[in-house]
Structures are given as C-alpha cells and as structure tokens.
Design a protein around this ligand. Sequence first.
Ligand code: ADP
Length: 158
Amino acid sequence: MNKKIAVFPGSFDPITLGHYDIIIRALNLFDKIIIAIGKNFKKKNMFSFKKRKKWIQKTFLKLSLSQKVEIDSFHELTISFCIKKKAGFLLRGLRNQLDFEFEKNIFLTNQELYKKDIIETVFLFSSHDRSHINSSLVREIIKNGGDYTIFVPSTVRI
Ligand code: ADP
C-alpha cells in the first residue's frame, strides 16, 4: 500500500499553537507529514530560516510521533513540491471565512493547473481555542514586548 504523505506548507514565522494543533491532529490521518517551510524571497520574515526550522525540530523531537514528521524547505510552487516529494496530500488549516475563500481559490487553481497529478487538499478546521492564533499577531506581540509564550509551543523562545 502506498504511504499517505501530506505536505503542510507555511512560513512558520514562528510556528504557533495553531499550526501545532493541525499537525498533531493530522498525524492520525497520515503516515508522514512534511512540514515545508516556504523560502519566499519576496516575503520579509522576522526570524531566519535556521531559527524557524530549529524551533519546529525541537517541537516535534520530544514526541513519540516525531519519526512521522519531516521538516523541509521549498522555493517552488507548493504542488510542484508535493510532486517532488511524492506526497499525495496537501494539508491546510482553516481558521475562518477569510482562510476559506483564500484556500478555495488556491485549490481550484491547483486543480486546473495540475490536472494529471492527483494531489488532494485536506482541510482541518482549527480547534475552538486556536482559531484566533496567527503568526503575524505573534510577531506584533513580540515586537511590542508582550507575552507571546501563550500562543507558541514551549520550544519557541526568543
Ligand atoms: P502563510 O505564511 O502562508 O500565511 P502560515 O505559516 O501562516 O502560512 O500557515 C500555514 C498553514 O497553517 C495554513 O494552512 C494556515 O491556514 C494554517 N494555520 C495557521 N494558523 C492556524 C490556526 N491558528 N489554526 C489552524 N490553522 C492555522
């Protein structure tokens, strides 16, 4: 049987408890999850790639499920990366209607663009206590000296 491999792409600048919730729940669905850190040169990240990767590594290291998690980076279109990694699934989190509309457009575009490659997008709603968390808010809190620690895994410390 083919292994069920999913790619979970994002900037993870930094990884939050919102991302963590989606990954942990999705580990019940897939044999392997590739957390793919986007190296988008147009996007100005707050934290270096090295730091973002290290935080993700440390977050999953302590879990017994850690062998099911791989961390990688990508420059290309997400679907091209999925094809390269032989992943049949693209994993996304849905927080609200904004995410829904955004994701729907990407899904339809991908479907049209890659007709012959069957990569299914799987969406998980965020848990009720996580739907307000996003990396850009966490960055604002950090910039302004607030307590960011309640929104990120305990491995993320500035
Ligand atoms: P981007 O830089 O493309 O915005 P993110 O790092 O913010 O990427 O997010 C990557 C993925 O994680 C997306 O599918 C996003 O919807 C999901 N995600 C982020 N925060 C949450 C959250 N609080 N609950 C559920 N999903 C989330």
